[in-house]
Ligand binder design. Structure first.
Ligand code: AKG
Length: 182
């Protein structure tokens, strides 16, 4: 979590600057970087990211605008864990989430590939998803890596709101949003 804390020069690089500019175009000029993260699905690790909505991890906020930019660092295909999304799911109520049975702190909810679209993308390409969009990825069953760099943006006032409540995306991974409790 938060590679830009380890290496603040990232904040001035193209990935952060461009994803910030697009996030503002999508959801408003008050959007700021809330956090960034790196995910590496190593070859043959076969660990799916369970179905979830990011907002289940976060505390409930009065302004729910939030968008992530998921940048592929390697080619992302179904077999190595490209992202799957359920279209328009951000317009529906949050589904109930529970800790994943496989452990590791991940949250999960009920959903399936039948409802979803897989987005296979090339390295350097990206996808923007809303904080309430249902998503998931299969495990990596190939000899390729599947690395992604993710930046997440929300209104500056809501970042302050979170921090005042002691939440900064680096703590325990649990259902923090009451609306996502079953
Ligand atoms: O990269 C993945 O497999 C999961 C990413 C994810 O859940 C996210 O960006 O919110």
């Amino acid at each position: 979590m938060i590679p830009s804390r380890l290496s603040p020069t990232l904040l001035g690089k193209s990935l952060h600057l461009k994803s910030h500019a697009y996030a503002r175009q999508l959801l408003g000029d008050d959007l700021e970087l809330d956090f960034d993260m790196l995910i590496d699905k190593a070859p043959f690790t076969n660990t799916p990211t369970p179905w979830h909505q990011d907002c289940a991890y976060w505390i409930a906020m009065p302004d729910t605008r939030a968008v992530s930019c998921w940048v592929a660092l390697d080619e992302a295909i179904k077999e190595n864990g490209c992202m799957w999304y359920i279209p328009k799911s951000h317009l529906l109520p949050i589904r109930p989430h529970v800790p994943s049975a496989k452990g590791g702190g991940a949250l999960m909810c009920e959903a399936s590939e039948d409802e979803a679209v897989a987005l296979e993308i090339k390295p350097g390409s990206c996808i923007f998803h809303h904080g309430a969009t249902l998503h998931y990825s299969r495990g990596n069953s190939t000899e390729m890596r599947r690395r992604a760099f993710i930046t997440n943006f929300r209104p500056e006032a809501m970042i302050r709101f979170e921090r005042e409540k002691g939440y900064d995306h680096t703590g325990d991974r649990k259902v923090n949003n009451d609306d996502a409790l079953s």
